[in-house]
Design a protein around this ligand. Structure first.
Ligand code: FMN
Length: 182
């Protein structure tokens, strides 16, 4: 069993990235992994922005990253890039924190044209942090995600299948990452 941390970088509790993160957690759990969700918006804002790594919730979040075999980073596309919340958390990680971990970048966005943000912005950020195993990113367009409303939205069938398919190579990489640390 591998341990996966799913980081959701939306400022809204009812946003589409949260729907995607929940679906990924459910699928990975069903596949026998331990999957935890970390919504960056739930971390104490001042401590996050002041890079107070000793603050208990921040410290717990960093420990969760450290102990995970794999990370799924789910960001909304904001201005053709990742959200500030994603960057705020990643900026707290020490150099080399992602080495050896399987990392899957996911994004939601209003414009299909901006799926390039995954390959040209989010993946390079992860590589710049020293990640050695970044899987191809996957984009879920807004129109394929039911309005979350109460936080219980759903990913529509074709996009759901595509997202589940994106989890297959991620799980292969996870197995290899876990084998190396076992
Ligand atoms: C400030 C802001 C900037 C955005 N910029 C883009 C963009 O450049 N490209 C895009 O496809 N969608 C963009 N969107 C739409 C969001 O990426 C999209 O609706 C997302 O799935 C919703 O995430 P959220 O509710 O967490 O903001 C933007 C939304 C906001 C609020």
């Amino acid at each position: 069993m591998s341990t996966v941390l799913i980081i959701s970088g939306s400022p809204s509790s009812t946003a589409r990235p949260g729907v995607v993160a929940t679906l990924v957690a459910t699928a990975l759990t069903a596949a026998g992994h331990s999957a935890d969700l970390l919504a960056v918006r739930d971390l104490p804002t001042v401590a996050l922005l002041a890079e107070d790594r000793a603050e208990p919730a921040i410290s717990a979040a960093l420990s969760a990253v450290e102990s995970a075999d794999g990370l799924v980073v789910v960001s909304p596309v904001y201005r053709a890039a990742y959200s500030g919340l994603v960057k705020s958390l990643l900026d707290l990680l020490p150099t080399g924190a992602l080495v050896g971990k399987a990392v899957l970048p996911l994004a939601t966005g209003g414009s299909q044209g901006h799926l390039v943000a995954l390959d040209f912005v989010l993946r390079p950020l992860l590589f710049a942090m020293g990640a050695t195993k970044v899987l191809p990113g996957h984009f879920v367009p807004d129109r394929m995600i039911e309005e979350p409303g109460t936080g219980t939205g759903a990913v529509l069938a074709p996009a759901r299948k595509a997202l589940e398919d994106a989890l297959v190579p991620f799980q292969d990489a996870l197995r290899k990452a876990s084998a190396l640390t076992a």
